[in-house]
Structures are given as structure tokens and as C-alpha cells.
Design a protein around this ligand. Structure first.
Ligand SMILES: O=c1[nH]cnc2c(O)cc(-c3ccc(F)cc3)cc12
Ligand SMILES: [Mg+2]
Length: 214
């Protein structure tokens, strides 16, 4: 039967990238998406903004919502200091399988834990299952309709501390208007928009960075 797009992306990585070299894995995926098949990785333009925010925060604890094939997981993991606790959540088991192989190909399997399940179920388990007190950095890149309920869940579960940074992809396309309204109007967050484009296209999109204040 026909392969899936994530399977073809993994093949492209195994064919084009150098094992143990995260930069070559990132380049191989971007090349595949520009020249073969579009896929919903954060991409190189927004990825560079992600890189700069991760570098600025230099987090000790990181959560990514929405692993997909592991592209942004590799981008983040390659920048982290040794000993950083990095967890990424993915609800689609087929994506988990591909992501684990792409992350391992980059040589970053010891830097991150890929957890299968839904954010709504797993966020309340972060403390007990993974020994997390609070997250320094959170990348939201799963499903636009979960951004607002999940940020409220972070607050309710006491997973944010003064200065915690949340970075959300796709706030314009596909769009997360209720999330934007919340973080931009809540006195508990300082929010900033980074304009860019939908990965591998000229369509407007961007990242919203929100710092928890209390
Ligand atoms: O569903 C998504 N999750 C996470 N990131 C996404 C992302 O970066 C882009 C898109 C997307 C954007 C336009 C389109 F025509 C079809 C899909 C979806 C997701
Ligand atoms: Mg995205």
C-alpha cells in the first residue's frame, strides 16, 4: 500500500542527511518540503525565530505540543544545554514512530522524550509522571483549537512560573484567534507577535510569544 508523507519524509532524511548531524536533518526536511511535498513543519523562516527564542530563554525545562515528524523537536533539542528536561507530546501514533526515527537519526534521542497521547490528558500528568515543577519554555504547535484550553490547563496545574515563555505557531494560519485574544488581553501575560509566513509558502503567518508574569 502507498507510503505516508511522514514515511517519505523519513526516507528523504535517511537518504540526504548525515547521521548524527542535526543541521543536515533540518536541511533535508526543508529541501523535501520545498521540492517534493509540502508538510506542516514549522519550517526554516519561523524555525529561525524559534531558534532565537530558545537561545534567549536557555530553558532548563521544555515542553513541545505537537511533535509531528520531529522537525521542530530537532531544532529545539540541538540548542539545549546538557541536562535540560525536554518533553514533546504527539497524539498520532504513526507520527510518534516517524518522529522517534528522525530524532534518533539526528543523534538527539537522549535529549528528548517523545510521549504519545493528547495534551489534554498528558498536561495534568507532567508533575507526577515526569517530575516537572514548572516549564521554562513551551512551544505550541499541535492543534489551534487546543491552544486556549491548554494554556488554561498550564495555569490550573501550576506548570508556569514568573517568566515562563510560551511560543505559539500558526496564530494567523490556520489561526488561533481566541488564544491570541486571551494572551494579548490578559494582565497575566506580556505578548509579542513575530510576523513571518506559513512554512514553505508566501502566505502570512507568525509566532506569538507570551511571557507569564505571575
Ligand atoms: O494542524 C497543524 N498543527 C501544527 N502546525 C500546523 C501548521 O504549521 C500548518 C498547518 C496548515 C496550514 C495551512 C494549510 F492549508 C494546512 C495546514 C496545520 C498545522
Ligand atoms: Mg505549525
Amino acid at each position: 500500500t502507498r507510503s505516508t508523507r511522514p514515511q517519505r519524509m523519513l526516507k528523504a532524511v535517511q537518504k540526504k542527511a548525515t547521521k548524527g548531524d542535526p543541521e543536515s536533518v533540518i536541511s533535508a526536511i526543508d529541501y523535501f518540503c520545498k521540492h517534493s511535498e509540502w508538510a506542516m513543519n514549522v519550517g526554516d523562516e519561523k524555525g529561525s525565530i524559534l531558534d532565537s527564542v530558545v537561545t534567549e530563554v536557555n530553558p532548563s525545562t521544555v515542553l513541545e505540543l505537537g511533535t509531528y515528524c520531529g522537525y521542530s523537536t530537532v531544532r529545539i533539542a540541538r540548542l539545549l544545554s546538557p541536562g535540560t528536561k525536554f518533553i514533546t507530546l504527539e497524539f498520532n501514533p504513526a507520527n510518534v514512530t516517524i518522529a522517534r526515527q528522525i530524532i534518533a537519526y539526528a543523534g538527539l534521542q537522549d535529549k528528548v522524550t517523545v510521549v504519545e497521547g493528547s495534551s489534554g490528558d498528558l498536561i495534568p500528568q507532567m508533575k507526577e509522571r515526569f517530575g516537572i515543577t514548572t516549564f521554562d519554555f513551551i512551544f505550541l504547535d499541535h492543534w489551534k483549537d487546543r491552544y486556549l484550553p491548554d494554556i488554561k490547563l498550564f495555569e490550573e496545574c501550576g506548570l508556569l512560573r514568573k517568566g515562563s515563555v510560551l511560543l505559539a505557531d500558526n496564530v494567523i494560519c490556520p489561526g488561533a484567534p481566541e488564544y491570541l485574544e486571551y494572551v494579548r488581553n490578559s494582565p497575566r501575560y506580556e505578548s509579542r507577535y513575530y510576523p513571518a509566513h506559513l512554512e514553505y509558502t508566501k502566505v502570512e503567518d507568525g509566532l506569538e510569544k507570551s511571557v507569564f508574569l505571575e
